[in-house]
Design a protein around this ligand. Structure first.
Ligand SMILES: *Cc1c(COP(=O)(O)O)cnc(C)c1O
Length: 416
């Protein structure tokens, strides 16, 4: 992908030099490439051309309105996990009729709101949720379109915090309970059963777990059809991984080809919910080195981005490539821990990185487009970073840098 590349010794995003963006907008800054986001979405959509399908972008990966709007313009559907995400999709011009709603803990008001705007499907994760939905839809004189999320008990071979498709996880309905619950759902007066849903985890770098989960879902579909229970779609979730370091996940083209082969000839519309694979490598976190610090045998590059801006290294021990914005030839490289200002020893963006860097230098933390800004917080009362969208040689602020006053705008003192 040429969205991020060096020209001579300077790192560019599409047509713009990152050092100029840092001067204009300050750091830390999230920088996204429009071309990269659109190309990845299209790769999924075109890969599924052979079958009826809908690509539902998983909003939690990056919920910036500008990104949702770009995808809405391409005709994308959306996978949401809260009312907040639903409101973002609507605000960004997304089609409520292309929204699927996932999550184990949908509240009454969230279900009511989604029923009122007429979403495509509720991915129901328990019997109790199904009953609540039937009741609420009844009150509104509606029928709620549902898929039951099944748990195919497949090991996705990923980090335990982002594996979801094993029996012991809180997600989905056990396969052996599924037929019975489908029967009950079909009998409910305010439920319309549309499909089967599954999502086995995130950052999958092997295809076999996807294939195995799909085969198990298809076997269940056959069982349901044989029992006279109709279905119109299969939702195979998201989870395709990206390259952070030396992983070699399948491309969207190879992944979608596999799905097409598995479901070809079946009477189902295919839904998928990729998040990370659309935006992950379409964004980076731009940060400036504040200090170089030597402590015993350790060398630290103390930068102005921190774990509150990008939580993945601290939360998942995730690796993000960290690269200089200016390639230097004038100094020797050294091994650094790249750390932020937050008062936690876990505030390490990258450990043991070989870099040529001096105080004041800019660094790019790559692969930060997914689960970067969307997981960021104000810990240590740090205003969240500005978000920039580059489009050719243009740049737009798609979220302003937070101001300190905003951090305590809703707080109040006790009366005397
Ligand atoms: C998080 C999630 C996704 C997206 O996962 P990615 O790994 O970002 O593709 C899709 N569906 C569900 C139900 C999820 O929870």
């Amino acid at each position: 992908m040429a969205a991020f590349e060096y020209r001579d010794d300077r790192l560019f995003v599409e047509g713009l030099a990152l050092d100029e963006l840092a001067t204009r907008f300050g750091t830390p800054a999230y920088v996204y490439s429009r071309a990269a986001i659109e190309a990845q979405w299209r790769a999924f959509d075109e890969g599924l051309e052979a079958v009826p399908h809908l690509v539902c972008y998983a909003v939690k990966a990056n919920s910036n309105l500008a990104i949702l709007n770009l995808l809405a313009r391409l005709g994308s559907g959306f996978d949401i996990v809260s009312d907040g995400e639903l409101e973002r999709v609507l605000r960004a011009g997304g089609d409520s009729g292309k929204v699927v709603f996932s999550g184990v803990g949908k509240s009454e008001w969230e279900l009511r709101r989604a029923l009122a705007v007429g979403i495509l499907c509720f991915n129901v994760e328990s019997e109790a949720e199904l009953e609540r939905l039937n009741h609420l839809a009844g009150e509104m004189s509606l029928r709620a379109p549902v898929s039951l999320r099944v748990n195919p008990d497949v090991d996705p071979k990923t980090h335990p915090y982002i594996a979801t498709g094993l029996r012991e996880h809180k997600f989905g309905i056990a396969m052996e309970d599924a037929v019975d619950l489908y029967r009950r759902a079909h009998a409910m007066s305010h439920i319309a059963v549309h499909g089967i849903d599954c999502h086995i985890g995130s950052q999958l770098t092997e295809l076999e777990p996807f294939a195995e989960a799909t085969r198990r879902v298809l076997a269940l579909a056959d069982e349901l059809l044989a029992a006279g229970l109709e279905l119109t779609h299969l939702n195979l979730g998201g989870g395709l991984g990206i390259r952070f370091c030396d992983e070699n996940p399948a491309t969207p083209a190879v992944y979608t080809q596999l799905l097409c082969e598995l479901v070809q000839g079946r009477p189902f519309k295919l839904l998928i919910e990729p998040g990370r694979a659309i935006v992950g490598n379409a964004g980076l976190l731009l940060t400036r080195t504040e200090y170089i610090k030597h402590s015993g045998a350790k060398h630290f590059a103390v930068v102005d981005a921190a774990m509150n801006d990008l939580m993945r290294p601290a939360l998942y021990q995730a690796w993000h490539d960290i690269a200089p914005v200016h390639l230097r030839a004038d100094i020797d490289s050294e091994t650094y821990n790249v750390v932020g200002p937050v008062c936690e020893s876990g505030d390490v963006l990258g450990a043991e990185r070989t870099l040529k860097v001096v105080a004041g230098d800019l660094l790019a933390v790559h692969s930060a487009g997914a689960y970067g800004f969307s997981m960021s917080s104000n810990y240590n009362s740090r205003p969240r970073a500005v978000e920039l969208m580059v489009d050719g040689s243009e740049v737009r602020v798609v979220r302003e840098r937070e101001r300190v006053e905003q951090l305590y705008a809703g707080e109040s003192l006790l009366p005397d």
